[in-house]
Write a protein that binds this ligand. Structure first.
Ligand SMILES: NC(=O)c1ccc[n+]([C@@H]2O[C@H](COP(=O)([O-])OP(=O)(O)OC[C@H]3O[C@@H](n4cnc5c(N)ncnc54)[C@H](OP(=O)(O)O)[C@@H]3O)[C@@H](O)[C@H]2O)c1
Length: 342
């Protein structure tokens, strides 16, 4: 049986959930793909663990100080890296160094944090192309909601004319709370924070940056664009008053924070802002912490997906969906080379 060694850099809520789910699914990987998938290394910012024979679930509680960093991951012998560190799109975050080293060495990468992909997406794409490594990012691109899969697989061959997405759960939750209770932004945020439905600092979400990051990933990795944050018009929800909420409600309109990509004269335009929808529109029904995406293409018309999962399991499962795609692609390689000898 073939062995596939996997490492995880970034071992907080999502990294741990991914490790646990991967270990639970080892029998599935053996049965379906004939591959012994081993978790050979994990690390946080200061500590980690490594075992070439595969870590077991019981070992993951106590990490050893000093075992961390891109060189530690490289030394583990993993051929797949799952990156789940903190996301910082302005600097690229710690994930950038892990991804540069892994992709340059030809390791397949499954990326969950958005920062490095937004900061240096085209460069990372080029490193992957040059080394032949696979670069997957479902966990970073709205996780449980299928987005890149729709662009890359379901609409393959079509020209995508427009993408519209409710891509951030926190802002959708807040806009719903404002609408149903007639509150302005500040009052709704205070109430959500008091109830534990929003974090202490939600500016990344409410100012629209998280949606803009996900939109850039869809543009650059789903549609082959080379956009940067400067190309995106970004508006958040923090200026929404109770009066605006009331006026929309009287017109039967539901506000959503959406990211939009549109082809205008052959150029891809990107924007994030509030858009209102009549109750008859499916986007008006995407309540609470749900997310949604609507794609318009030349030949397949309009496609809509709506989804939400319980975190951090949903994001872990999105990352391991990428692992399944890597296992499928690896399984297909020998057959391809037999059919088409070099
Ligand atoms: N939570 C969600 O539902 C969700 C959904 C989709 C995507 N994401 C993304 O997933 C990523 C992880 O989220 P999370 O909720 O798991 O965050 P978290 O609990 O804060 O965990 C972050 C982890 O990254 C580690 N880290 C920091 N610097 C590092 C470095 N230089 N090398 C290695 N590890 C480093 C931290 O280590 P220490 O423990 O030592 O500090 C911690 O283990 C974020 O980028 C987030 O945006 C999260």
């Amino acid at each position: 049986m073939q062995t596939l060694k996997v490492a995880i850099a970034g071992f907080g809520g999502v990294g741990r959930a991914t490790a646990e789910l991967l270990l639970q699914r080892r029998d599935r990987y053996r049965q379906v793909y004939g591959v012994d998938v081993r978790l050979v290394a994990v690390c946080g910012s200061r500590a980690g663990l490594a075992d070439a024979n595969g870590l077991q679930a019981g070992q993951l509680a106590a990490l050893q100080p000093g075992l961390t960093g891109p060189a530690f991951i490289a030394a583990s012998g993993a051929s797949v890296l799952i990156e789940a560190g903190p996301s910082d799109f302005r600097s690229g975050g710690p994930g950038l160094a892990y991804l540069r080293e892994a992709l340059a060495a030809g390791q397949d990468c499954i990326v969950i944090s958005k920062g490095a992909l937004v900061h240096s997406g085209p460069q990372l794409r080029e490193l992957a192309r040059a080394s032949g490594a696979m670069l997957k990012l479902s966990g970073a691109a709205a996780a449980a909601l299928p987005t890149l899969d729709l662009l890359q697989h379901s609409l393959a061959g079509c020209q995508v004319l427009a993408v519209e997405g409710i891509l951030n759960a926190t802002t959708n939750y807040l806009l719903d709370a404002m609408r149903t209770q007639g509150l302005g932004f500040d009052a709704a945020l205070r109430e959500a924070q008091a109830g534990g439905f929003a974090e202490a600092d939600t500016r990344n979400d409410t100012e629209g940056w998280d949606t803009a990051c996900k939109l850039l990933l869809l543009a650059n990795f789903g549609l082959g664009a080379d956009l940067t944050m400067e190309d995106v018009d970004v508006e958040g929800i923090h200026a929404v008053t109770a009066q605006r909420i009331d006026s929309w409600a009287k017109q039967g309109l539901v506000p959503r924070l959406v990211g939009r990509l549109e082809r205008v004269n052959g150029t891809l335009r990107a924007s994030v802002g509030i858009k209102t929808y009549p109750l008859s529109d499916p986007f008006a029904q995407v309540n609470g912490k749900n997310k949604a995406i609507r794609l318009s293409s030349d030949a397949m018309g309009e496609t809509i997906a709506i989804g939400c999962g319980v975190e951090p399991l949903a994001t872990a499962a999105a990352a391991l969906k990428d692992l399944e795609h890597i296992l499928q692609a690896r399984a297909a390689r020998p057959a391809l080379s037999k059919d088409h000898p070099a």
